[in-house]
Design a protein around this ligand. Sequence first.
Ligand code: GTP
Ligand code: MN
Ligand code: MN
Length: 411
Amino acid sequence: LVDEAEVEVFSVPSYACQRRTTLDNHNTVLTDALSLLAENAELEDEEGRGVAFRRAAAVLKALPKPVTSMTQLKGLPCLGEHSLRVIKDILDNGTSSEAEATKQSERYKALKVLTGIFGVGAKTAARWIRDGIHTLQQLRDSEHTLNRAQQAGLEHYEDVNQQVTKAEADAIGEIVEKAVLSVLPGAQVTLTGGFRRGKLTGHDVDFLITHPVEGREEGLMPKVVSWLESQGFLLYQKTTRNSYLESKEGPARPASNMDRFERCFSIFKLTKDDKHGTKQPEKLSENGIKAPEDTGRSLTHVQTDPNPPTPSCTMAQIHSSKDREHRSWRAVRVDLVVSPISQFAFALLGWTGSKLFERELRRWAGYEKAMSLSSHALYDNNQGRYLRATSEEEIFAHLATVKVASVQKPL
Ligand code: GTP
Ligand code: MN
Ligand code: MN
């Protein structure tokens, strides 16, 4: 870094994974605008444009000081023509007209509201908008059939779109640990995702589960889910079994970024008491309706609203804010993943994120090191073999070994 120049010119390595990531962002006005444009591109299902804006935002986030002039950005990586235009607009006028216009646009607002429903992606939202649906009420009034995930997503919309705190994540962690240890003593639960990176809030809570003896983790997820369901902790869950062994492709090259671990995407019912300890959830909700532990089924269909829903809106009981204040629980998105111990380090690295860090790390490993990294394994293309690792440090040590002549260490 140039220290005492007239105009400080910044320097940042090309790949996000080569940078020290900080929670201390000196350029929030710039990164907010670029992140919004990235989000909009993702909502429009334009992944490439989304990644370009994300990379640009990440570079600015890594700068040690606020940007005051365009000349400081000379030579910085990942700042394309479009991103530079946005930055210049903000430096000249205080705001980005494009970001502001996007924020105000009906389409952006509708895409954001609809994809805010758990289980609804950009494609589904775009289809609904084409049918004239822009709001939750319009969706509820429409004839559209929702799948089970979307029904739960609509039902718990407000909660799921409210940030999860670290305290809530820890409370969920205690519940998950209790569930896991009840069905498999000796198993280990690790908090991953944004909270492991030190974030104070998140959109969900992510956990990685393993057992020190290889193979003992097999079939664990259904047991954990049954335990959680029997205790009334799950409002929704969908478990996907491990497909790693069946996959035809090399393990380090899954068809997409999705890995093949046994996983469970869920919505937890966190009672207020659970936030302060590990108290059992209430057997009865405030209005006296039995909680689901007595039904042995998912909570999806259990109504806590005292007014029975009319058949046309059973899928969409959204509690008003007032009701929510009086409730003794909230819904929280939780992701559970089970990994065999032999792949644990890779799974931990893969599920800790951020998404951009993971993408960049894999890109860097491929281009600069000729290695294929996934959440399952690290494959050295030059040696033609898999490299074992029992910790993230060992994975990074493998990656740091110089094997390719053209490796460049950007300053
Ligand atoms: P917040 O939840 O908003 O705090 O951010 P986060 O970083 O925790 O994001 P998220 O929970 O979406 O994902 C956590 C990490 O898991 C990220 O690094 C993702 O890349 C990774 N991840 C999420 N879904 C999948 C998946 O289906 N497969 C794999 N391999 N990784 C995933
Ligand atoms: Mn997360
Ligand atoms: Mn997640």
